[in-house]
Write a protein that binds this ligand. Sequence first.
Ligand SMILES: [Zn+2]
Length: 424
Amino acid sequence: MSLTVVCWSCTSVCARHRHARSAGSRSRKPLGGCKPMLTLRQLLKQAAVSPIYRGWNFKGIECFGDRAWQSLPTLTSPKLRSDDASAGPDMLFHTSGTTGGPKLVRYSVEDLGRVAELCARFARLEGVGRDSRVMVLLPMGLWTVGRITVDGHRRAGAQVFPVDLHGGVAAWQHMAEQIRPTVISSTPSVLSAWALHYRGPRLELIETTGETLLHEERHRIEAAFGAFVYDAYGLSECVVGSECAVRDGYHYWPDATGVEVLHPDCDQPVPEGEEGELVLTSFMQTRMPMLRYRSGDIGRVERAQCACGSAQSRVHLSGRIATSLNLPRAVKLDVNQLTQLLQELEPGLRFRYKDMPGRPSAPHLAGAFRPTIEIVGRLVRSRKRIEHRLWSALPELAELVHEGVVDLHWIERSTRQHAASANL
Ligand SMILES: [Zn+2]
């Protein structure tokens, strides 16, 4: 007798990896080609010999998130520099340097294989498979994203065409006409720069990754390329999850990435479902283990079933932790002041800030973009009236916006959308 079960390795979302297993079998090996991630025990064993975790006490931990786990400290970005650089062999990649400049992150070949397997799950979730032709338009050198995106899509069975960013828009368009992709995978800033000049071919979907995707960018890219955008969320230090067709948060796989939501200023969890700092644990990396890594991103975890039918948890992102925004002309904008002001003017208004694209994603495009503040929410008062109050309270910001040095976008939502989108 046999029964069909969902692969324990890639969990319930990976419907393509259903496979038969003998009833009563004790084997927990994935049978459909899925590569298993690390067990907690394997991860802790690696962390115990890493200089990054010197002084951490791993005794008594039985499972991710238990009481002993929660008594561990958290890992911050500067601590990664205490890694032993002499050990090897490994592969080195830069982070994008969103916080405190680029850092080196080390991976073994096996680590990259596990991360690529997670990216394959993203591709399957989006419906990318054997019939897909994927043009990966990402840096292929010192940034992990290009390599794992290529490897992940190959694992998902797609035909993959890695294209580096050299040559700019004219070269990308020429390559697209030769490759005839059904999917293009790139960063929001690269696709935004290409959007004005895109002449086909017709696509099935677009994947964005590697940097914040503003709503305005999503709309611009979808209009120009004629396909829905599926965004992925992750850091060079730890890849997290991907949007499904509903595009309401990032589904993640707990066997690959552990997500905790903690108070930004202490190691305590926030109440279930509330916003806090996303703290990540990777079950993919041994060379430079990532345990309880403070992402610097504000968000929450939603465990309710998604409209796509999956019961798999989702991460909703709100923005970055910052006390001030460093705007051009050395203007520092107090985040608390702007947040409070928006709440006074229109309760529920949220903002996100995106600086110019970081170095790895599009160095030669930096001149084509301006720092952008995106304000999202439901407006009862007129936008002009709110802007008038904003400019009175923040004259330096008013000057930057009026002179075209900083872009300001308003994303107005209906009451219904607003209620359903606590991720904004
Ligand atoms: Zn979903």
